[in-house]
Design a protein around this ligand. Structure first.
Ligand code: FE2
Length: 372
């Protein structure tokens, strides 16, 4: 009966939202330091040799409702090192809070998902955490996290004392994960959309083809899936253009599909970008022409135009409202994963009106790397 119940309820409807995003990195201490100093995160838990883990160093970083985990391997045979050697630093686990990890896992497997970890439990004095994981694009996985019988802060094995101090800096004010974007192999977009729709039970929110998202040089196709409960994931594939698409550059340097960017929401993007810039975060810069053009098109919007232009924030508008956004440079050594900062003023899109300006900015950077 359990199996019947599990498979009749689509996994997507059991996902209550984002639990955390885990990055596999070469140096967790340095990455945690970067995310606290530059992005205003706070280290709130740690696991490593001091806590009885001789195989990893792992830091939980929080800001608002956002939880990032950065983990490095400490031994040459660590699977984390195998991942980092192949991909460089990257987002490896997109973890969701679920109502029942076993049921969610069983439903996903029954519908054709690839198993990564069968249901398992971790316990300490705060109770029992139940988990299971399935594979998605590339070597990325989705862990299902059931916290109903666990009252600890994050996960057994992590301590919440003796943590690195917060560096000084203006508060940034990021408060939630808005969406997480994956890049998949050329020609595979529709297969991955079918995985999220048919196996996971997500709904397709919108689609853009290569004619809608193209610059003079490169093009991409993109489909957005959502579970309507806070989990929204656009998926991109490269399309043939005159030169190497930025998606293809990602696939070549990450050596396969993976997370392209993580969009973090804020209620005050002017304050957020001011703080991030003062902390040394570098962004993809639109040119002057962009701001001239966007003020002509969208000047009627009641937004702080002077601050927006001074801070280089991008503006887009749709029938349901507007959004303000800005994209960082890659946060890793390889030109792979980057962060988007977004403030929504009613708009439910992803800044399609800005894609061309954004891509032209990315192409200027690709050219500097000799990758165009
Ligand atoms: Fe985005």
């Amino acid at each position: 009966m359990t199996t019947l119940d599990a498979t009749t309820t689509a996994p997507a409807s059991r996902l209550k939202g984002w639990d955390s995003i885990e990055f596999y990195v070469g140096n967790a201490r340095a990455t945690a330091g970067f995310l606290t100093a530059a992005f205003g995160f706070e280290v709130t838990a740690y696991a490593g040799p001091e806590t009885g883990r001789d195989d990893v160093a792992s830091y939980l970083l929080e800001q608002g409702d956002i939880r990032f985990v950065v983990t490095a391997g400490l031994t040459p045979d660590s699977p984390i090192w195998t991942h980092v050697r192949e991909h460089g630093d990257g987002a490896q686990d997109l973890a969701f809070v679920v109502d029942d990890a076993t049921m969610t896992y069983e439903a996903a497997i029954a519908r054709g998902a690839r198993s990564v970890s069968e249901p398992y439990e971790l316990s300490d004095e705060h109770g029992t955490l139940r988990l299971a994981a399935i594979g998605t694009y590339g070597e990325t996985k989705h862990t299902f996290v059931d916290r109903r019988d666990y009252s600890g802060h994050y996960c057994p094995g992590y301590v919440t004392t003796g943590l690195p101090p917060m560096p000084a800096g203006q508060p940034v004010g990021l408060d939630r994960i808005d969406h997480v974007v994956g890049n998949v192999e050329i020609g595979k977009l529709d297969e991955w959309v079918a995985f999220y729709e048919d196996v996971m039970g997500f709904r397709q929110l919108r689609h853009f083809d290569e004619h809608q998202i193209a610059t003079e040089y490169s093009a991409l196709r993109s489909t957005v899936v959502t579970n309507d409960a806070g989990v929204t994931m656009p998926l991109n594939e490269p399309a043939d253009g005159l030169k190497r698409s930025q998606i293809q550059e990602y696939l070549d340097t990450y050596r396969g599909p993976g997370v392209q960017h993580i969009a973090l929401g804020t209620g005050d993007i002017v304050q957020a970008i001011r703080a991030l810039r003062s902390r040394g975060v570098r962004f993809l810069e639109a040119n002057e022409e962009y701001f001239h053009d966007v003020r002509n098109r969208l000047g009627y919007l009641e937004v702080p135009w002077n601050a927006i232009e001074q801070l280089g924030i991008l503006v887009d508008s749709e029938s349901d409202g507007h959004l303000l956004q800005l994209f960082t440079e890659p946060i890793t050594d390889r030109p792979t994963v980057f962060i988007e900062i977004i403030q929504r003023g009613g708009a439910t899109g992803f800044g399609e009106g800005n894609f061309k300006a954004l891509f032209e900015s990315i192409e200027r950077e690709q050219e500097r790397r000799g990758h165009l």
